[in-house]
Design a protein around this ligand. Structure first.
Ligand SMILES: Cc1ncc(COP(=O)(O)O)c(C=O)c1O
Length: 389
């Protein structure tokens, strides 16, 4: 088979550098080394029991047929009710599309709005798949360097400065991956205003909502019903592998979203949707809130520990489960730093180059999806590594 038959878009789709770290970590584990994984972006907690029970009951019924493309009506209603209860925002269930994770939601939102060569503005650093999804649709991602001064988020000024006739949309995530920072409400509102004033679409990735430890995270729907909101059962609800999330679309897009969803994935997995119905049970929420409390303690522990070792974290994260730390006190090549740390001390972390280009060689991401005792051991190892370097 000729490799030059590969689609051209593959040239602009980047691999994850962390995969090389993960591969090496697995090799070292196979050789008997105790690796501490701080590179992986998924909760260590198991899926809550009520969700598992509901999934098992569904599987045992044998009725694992397709659901409607937009999802189970009961789940769409539950999600809509969740917005009323958590954010005091009214969302018609018809605007809710259940998708295979936030990934499916992103594909649906982009597919509904982008033409080839359109440009989507996003932050540098940001979740690496964003730009790759945009490339998949033969559109362009323009990643705008952001710093701690703006909470690693866009501002209306940045949006206005970067706007040109090819720009079609802006994608923002709060809390952000990899920085864990939350956009202040006024900045958020003004960003949405700026995008709408320029005639663009606004996609708000709210997948880390629920995992917030300081000020509340606002949904973009607080200020406008003309935005696309992506969310998922993966992170806060502990359901990464179930592959179920959702997209909220403006009313005018309902029909088109239905048509596109039917074609790109037919429907999200049925048993996962049934299981997700139990995600909103009060007992599940109690458990998830306890996990959130634990995550908050983990954040404090890791943040303090990294600062003590000489990493710089210019703004303390307030959400998600990541600390994006500057390691320039120890290296000018954060990828090599991550490789060497893994090789010598068995701690796996993600290099900044996975999230963008801007000062990426100075940055690494630590995921605190681990118990505090394990992180204590990780910090001891990192301290030893730095002392030797
Ligand atoms: C910011 C962000 N958006 C979207 C996703 C995709 O999540 P999923 O498809 O599991 O819902 C991730 C996964 O790590 C993420 O970090």
């Amino acid at each position: 088979m000729r490799v030059d038959h590969l689609a051209e878009r593959l040239h602009s789709i980047t691999p994850f550098y962390v995969m090389a770290i993960l591969r090496r970590a697995k090799e070292l584990e196979a050789l008997g080394h105790a690796i501490i994984h701080m590179e992986i972006g998924e909760p260590d907690f198991p899926t809550p029991p009520l969700i598992i029970d509901a999934g098992i009951a569904c599987l045992q019924s044998g009725q694992i047929k397709y659901t409607p493309a937009a999802g189970l009506p009961a789940l769409r209603s539950n999600i809509a009710a969740f917005y009323q209860q958590r954010y005091s925002v009214t969302v018609a269930p018809e605007r809710v599309f259940v998708t295979p994770g936030a990934s499916g939601a992103l594909l649906l939102a982009l597919g509904l709005t982008l033409n080839p060569k359109d440009t989507v503005l996003m932050t540098d650093p940001c979740y690496p798949c964003n730009a790759n999804f945009v490339s998949l649709l033969n559109a362009n991602a323009l990643a705008i360097p952001v710093t701690a001064a703006t909470h690693y988020q866009l501002t209306p000024e940045l949006i206005d400065d970067c706007w040109h006739p090819g720009v079609k949309a802006v994608l923002m995530a709060s809390p952000s991956n990899p920085t864990g920072t939350i956009i202040p409400p006024l900045q958020f509102q003004h960003c949405i205003d700026a995008v709408q004033r320029n005639g663009g679409y606004f996609y708000s990735d709210e997948i880390y909502h629920g995992l917030v430890y300081g000020s509340a995270a606002f949904t973009a729907l607080t200020w406008s019903d003309q935005v696309f909101v992506l969310n998922s059962f993966s992170k806060y609800f502990g359901m990464t592998g179930w592959r179920v999330g959702w997209l909220i679309v403006p009313e005018a897009f309902i029909e088109a979203a239905e048509k596109l969803a039917q074609n790109i994935f037919i429907a999200a997995p049925t048993h996962s949707q049934v299981a997700a119905l139990a995600a909103f049970e009060p007992a599940t929420i109690v458990e998830l809130e306890e996990r959130r409390r634990q995550c908050s303690e983990r954040l404090d522990f890791l943040y303090d520990g990294l600062c003590r070792l000489g990493f710089t974290v210019p703004i303390k994260p307030e959400g998600a489960f990541y600390v994006y730390a500057n390691c320039s006190a120890f290296t000018d090549n954060s990828y090599q730093f991550a490789l060497d740390l893994l090789e010598t001390e068995g701690v796996a972390i993600t290099p900044g180059i996975d999230f963008g280009r801007y000062r990426a060689n100075e940055m690494v991401r630590f995921a605190y999806t681990l118990p505090i005792d394990t992180m204590r051991e990780a910090l001891n190892r990192i301290e030893r590594f730095i002392a030797r370097a």
